[in-house]
Design a protein around this ligand. Structure first.
Ligand code: GLN
Length: 425
């Protein structure tokens, strides 16, 4: 099938086992998830020719479940972006409207599902990268609780924040894929026992009678009118089905974007140090001492957004500034976590618009980093608190653009959010 939206960096079929729940199903895999023998570029020139010698745990699990992997999907370089425009392999376009971005950073994965090029896809979500493209492309995406899914073989961007998550056209489909990839892994010490015997797919019933849904007022304030209208209509559907909707307050989320970007960039500056042209990455054959060669290979092979983040992250961690930025951000993170915990004492799940805006046109936001970062206001607090969340299509704007509703659950509360999301999709 022609790749009209540039959803794939590499189209290559990897056959799974002959038996298992995913026999006959196709899965597209984000290009920062290692596939043995198939190049894994992270959307970067730095890894344009990198072929991993092993499979990520999630890929082994897909194969054992009988899935056919159909290729590696396009993404913002190293996961850094909200539009899939920072990829060294060109932007992916939104199958709903070709002039618009598909969201990011897992834009290729969402576009592949929306365009019918794969039944399912895997993305990674550090600050919204599964939920954002799911919302912009009109599909379903889940960001699991930290520790539910193994990160072994996921190329790290900000390891304390990220999880691999499933995308599909229905809630049940995404839940089925989550069943396959979830559960502890000896290769990733941050995985937990919870989820070992999961049956998320059978939780997708849309049974919300008696459910209490909290709406954090702070995360509704900045949303576009159209987004807000579709969101309010969806809340009415929940009320009609027997749920109770109440306002809650999460005062700390005002600092969510700032804390997220300080932490994500700090971790990135350390994680990306391995791309030096010696251990990993294009060497470019530069001569001179190691420092010069390291600088040249990175100057040549990394994109502007990645460089910006390495520089800012290095700055935030440097002696003298560490207390002022990194530690402050960690304190804000603890406050966000505590705010969510308190909210879940009185409500079962939280609901917000996934993205406060409709999918922007290509080129509109990528040159304005601050504007791009602010688009993540509703998704990043969930990563700071290590909680599970799902984005489900809630309806369309008057122009016919998809709007996503995000449901956030308590730790390992995947079944609850899957059940509730199934009312809409
Ligand atoms: N847009 C956010 C960022 O650029 C989230 C990216 C992600 O989840 N990988 O960091």
């Amino acid at each position: 099938m022609a790749d009209a939206h540039n959803a794939f960096v590499t189209e290559e079929t990897i056959e799974g086992d002959d038996t298992g729940p995913l026999v006959g199903s196709t899965v597209a895999v984000k290009d920062n998830i290692s596939t043995e023998g198939v190049r894994t570029t992270c959307g970067s020139d730095m890894l344009a020719d990198y072929v991993p010698p092993y499979d990520a745990t999630v890929v082994s699990r897909l194969k054992e479940a009988g899935a056919t992997v159909v290729g590696k999907t396009n993404m913002d370089e190293f996961g850094m972006g909200t539009t899939t425009e920072t990829s060294a392999f060109g932007a992916t376009t939104n199958p709903v409207d070709d002039e618009r971005v598909p969201g990011g950073s897992s834009g290729g994965s969402a576009a592949a599902v929306a365009a019918g090029q794969a039944d399912y896809a895997l993305g990674s979500d550090t600050g919204g990268s599964v939920r954002c493209p799911a919302a912009f492309c009109g599909v379903v995406g889940i960001k699991p609780t930290y520790g539910l899914v193994s990160r072994y073989g996921l190329v790290a961007y900000a390891n304390s924040l990220e999880q691999i998550g499933p995308l599909a056209s229905t809630v049940e489909g995404a839940a089925e894929l989550l069943d396959v990839i979830a559960g502890p892994d000896a290769h990733d010490a941050t995985t937990r026992e919870e989820g070992a015997d999961s049956d998320y797919a059978s939780a997708a019933n849309g049974d919300v009678d008696g459910l209490t849904i909290g709406v954090p007022t702070e995360l509704l304030e900045g949303a576009d009118d159209e987004v807000r209208r579709v969101f309010e209509d969806a809340l009415d559907a929940y009320r009609d089905a027997g749920a109770e909707v109440e306002e809650v307050s999460l005062p700390s989320v005002e600092y969510g974007v700032a804390a997220y970007y300080v932490i994500a960039m700090s971790e990135a500056s350390s994680n990306l140090a391995r791309f030096d042209g010696v251990r990993y990455g294009e060497s470019g054959g530069f001569e001179g001492n190691w420092n010069e060669s390291f600088a040249e290979t990175r100057a040549e092979n990394l994109g502007d957004e990645v460089k910006r983040r390495i520089l800012l992250g290095t700055y935030a961690l440097s002696a003298g500034y560490h207390d002022k930025y990194y530690e402050q951000a960690q304190e804000a993170r603890a406050w966000v976590r505590q705010d969510f915990e308190e909210a879940f004492e009185s409500v079962d799940v939280l609901a917000t618009p996934t993205m406060p805006v409709l999918p922007p046109k290509l080129g509109e936001s990528v040159d304005d980093p601050l504007r791009m970062y602010l688009m993540d206001a509703n998704t990043v607090p969930v990563n700071l608190a290590n909680l599970p969340a799902i984005s489900v299509p809630a309806g369309e704007s008057t122009e016919g653009l998809p709007v996503g509703l995000q449901l956030v659950g308590p730790k390992f509360g995947e079944e609850q959010i899957i059940d509730a999301a199934a009312l809409l999709g």
